[in-house]
Design a protein around this ligand. Structure first.
Ligand code: ADP
Ligand code: ZN
Length: 656
């Protein structure tokens, strides 16, 4: 597997030099070093790392090392056509020769890239899977292969190959051509999706069973998780933004295109700089909104899940879910887009009974086979259990990915006691993990818990009695009315005042019963019949609850403050916040550097963070450099950037 001729390029010192010189980073992070050594030496690899973990360097550094050792080009397969321009631009900024081939190029431009490729001028080539598997491209690869100029295949977003992943792309299946046709060229697959099923699928579909697996901890300690009960979701969101995130960049996920538009409109009305994004917008507008999100400061993108994969903007300060996603994989992937720079970030979700009903209905109505639907229900259940949880959210999230909080990543291979072959643990079986992270809502404000077992039994027996007496099923509202003894027209009309359970739960509030019902539906003890007006029915699992064998623990509903924060007076724009403490002269330098960076970014048609991260600018501002030497060793300034920008940076901070 390891060819000795590559060894010099794989020397840890060489790789470390590339890290420092090209990227300007003093140290590898987590498993990066082991990965780049292994891959540079020609080993195959599966890299599982959370979003923001630093996957790009894991193939970029081997690509540079192998190119220098004479092995030619690294092909990066990625579905992210809209982001390739910026990815390649970022490499150019670092002085690395890179290019992309995709449908946005003209014929001439593509031909030009092909020529450079054949001349051996390109270190990294980005292409989408449909391009990789077309005939013309394959013959190009054939030529490179005969010349031994294919250094590495890096398959990014590798979960797209799996139908269990949340972003299945059939084109990924055809990538088997790479190892069939070019056996011997090292391959690596990278993803931030970690569930066991998807992982096994990637290994099998891409024939990477013999590859070494590198599994990082999936913990994102800087992200604070909060899940709230949905009341008026959009108002709750507005309060969240006003309280914590004025002027911050964020992403708000909604279930449907229509809702995206409505929510974006409401936010704009409230003075938030929000833009909509969904697959129904024409592609020019989508690209424009994406560019504004990446290039401007403080944009809130309101989007369906069509937005976000590969978004490498480091300073997204919050990700909000106004509707519940389908499963924990999706939720984690989406929330992971917050805080890639490692600074404090927030994941906020509002969740309610209607979400549960909608998600179940979508599964029931999907054309998939029963076995597949069962798997989807299992995955949904696990997410519902997370939403209903009264203990540490982080510990539960990590447990879902087979990791116990505080113990680091699981051993390579399927996670212990992981999900069954059909994926997903049954929601109510997700173990209570007993750990506290100190950075989720439940750890910060442990919720009061009340015992809903009695209320649950009363609800279930009412559903049972209704069915027995009339042979009919009714929806949640009606069932709750009976339990609470309300003589509505409908209750009287159907003679339900005569039921023995009429009014047996008069002392419960509607909010309490709604919470109980939500949890019963979440754990499968009540089924919602989407084909028949969302009526409620008992299930196999109902019995255990009715017999009192299963306890129903509920979080006490906390009423959220309704008053909005009073608007700040004075200067309209929020004051510039630096990521580290700076004195006033330092802050002035930081502001000047940011203004300079915006100009450069605009000239180069790239997002500002591709030029320098905020953290790098702040470090420069703090150091108050007087000479080139003073700029050495600041994280994020590689040799090329030093050469290109040192003079201007020194001028901006007033040294020249
Ligand atoms: P991923 O693709 O895993 O989501 P990226 O490759 O985009 O993550 O990296 C996330 C951020 O971390 C980037 O801004 C990157 O520049 C930074 N980064 C990666 N590796 C290092 C390192 N060794 N030292 C400092 N910063 C790093
Ligand atoms: Zn916690």
């Amino acid at each position: 597997m390891i060819a000795n001729e590559y060894s010099s390029a794989a020397q840890p010192s060489t790789l470390h030099t590339i890290l420092q010189e090209v990227f300007g980073y003093p140290q590898f992070r987590g498993p990066q070093q082991a990965i780049v050594e292994h891959v540079t030496q020609g080993g195959d690899a599966l890299v599982l790392m959370p979003t923001g973990g630093g996957k790009s360097l894991c193939y970029q550094i081997p690509a540079i090392a192998r190119q220098r050792a004479g092995h030619g080009v690294t092909l990066v397969v990625s579905p992210l056509i809209a982001l390739m321009h910026d990815q390649v631009g970022a490499l150019h900024e670092a002085g690395v020769s890179a290019a992309f081939l995709n449908s946005t190029l003209t014929g001439d431009e593509a031909a030009n890239v092909e020529q450079r490729l054949l001349r051996g001028d390109i270190t990294l080539l980005y292409a989408a899977p449909e391009r990789v598997t077309n005939g013309r491209f394959l013959s190009l690869l054939d030529t490179l292969h005969t010349r031994s100029q294919l250094a590495l295949f890096a398959i990014d977003e590798a979960h797209c190959v799996s139908q269990w992943g949340h972003d299945f792309r059939p084109e990924y299946r055809a990538l088997t051509v790479l190892h069939e046709r070019y056996a011997g060229v090292p391959r690596m697959a990278l993803t931030a999706t970690a569930d066991a099923l998807t992982r096994e699928d990637i290994l099998e579909r891409l024939q990477l069973q013999d590859a070494r697996a590198f599994v990082s901890s999936f913990d994102r300690p800087n992200i604070r998780y909060t899940i709230v009960e949905k009341r008026e979701a959009v108002q709750q969101l507005l309060r969240f933004i006003e309280r914590e995130h004025e002027g911050d960049a964020g992403i708000v996920y909604c279930q449907s295109r229509k809702r995206v538009e409505e929510v974006a409109e409401t936010l704009v009305q409230a003075g938030v700089y929000a833009l909509p994004y969904h697959a129904g917008l024409d592609s020019r507008m989508r690209q424009d909104h994406q560019n504004r999100f990446l290039r401007e400061e403080g944009v809130v993108m309101v989007a369906t899940i069509a937005f976000g994969m590969g978004i490498d903007k480091p300073d997204v300060r919050f990700v909000a879910h106004l509707d519940m996603p389908k499963n924990i994989e999706g939720y984690y992937q989406e929330t992971g887009r917050a805080g890639r720079d490692g600074l404090p970030a927030y994941a906020w979700m509002a969740y309610g009974l209607q979400d549960v009903v909608n998600q179940r209905r979508m599964i029931d109505e999907s054309p998939a086979g029963e076995e597949f639907k069962q798997a989807l229900r299992g995955k949904l259940d696990a997410l519902l259990a997370l939403a209903e949880a009264t203990d540490c959210r982080r510990a539960r999230l990590l447990a879902y990915f087979g990791e116990s909080y505080g113990d680091g990543p699981p051993a390579a291979g399927p996670p212990p006691g992981g999900h069954g072959p059909l994926g997903g643990q049954r929601g109510h079986e997700v173990p209570s993990v007993g750990a506290t992270c100190g950075n989720c809502d439940n750890c910060l404000n442990p919720p009061d818990i009340w015992d809903g077992t009695d209320a649950a039994r009363k609800l279930l027996s009412t559903i049972y009695r209704i069915q027995q007496s009339s042979g009919m099923a009714f929806g949640a509202g009606h069932v709750m009315d009976i339990v609470r003894g309300k003589t509505t027209d409908k209750v009287t009309q159907h003679g339900h005042t005569a039921l023995s359970t009429f009014g047996i739960g008069a002392d419960f509030s509607e909010i309490q019963l709604r919470g109980v019902l939500r949890q019963l539906i979440a754990t499968g003890a009540v089924a919602v019949d989407a084909q028949a007006f969302n009526t409620l029915r008992l299930t196999e699992q109902s019995r255990a609850v009715l017999r009192g064998e299963v306890k129903v623990a509920l979080r006490e509903s906390v009423s959220t403050p309704t008053s909005r924060k009073t608007k700040k007076t004075g200067a309209g724009a929020a004051a510039i916040k630096a990521p580290i403490a700076l004195d006033s002269a330092g802050l002035a330098r930081y502001c000047a550097l940011k203004a300079w960076r915006s100009e450069v970014a605009r000239e180069h048609n790239l997002p500002a963070y591709v030029i320098f991260h905020d953290a790098t600018l702040a470090a420069i501002a703090k150091r108050a450099p007087q000479s080139l030497d003073d700029l050495q060793g600041i994280s994020g300034i590689g040799a090329k950037k030093l050469e290109a920008y040192a003079d201007e940076v020194l001028r901006v901070v007033g040294a020249l």
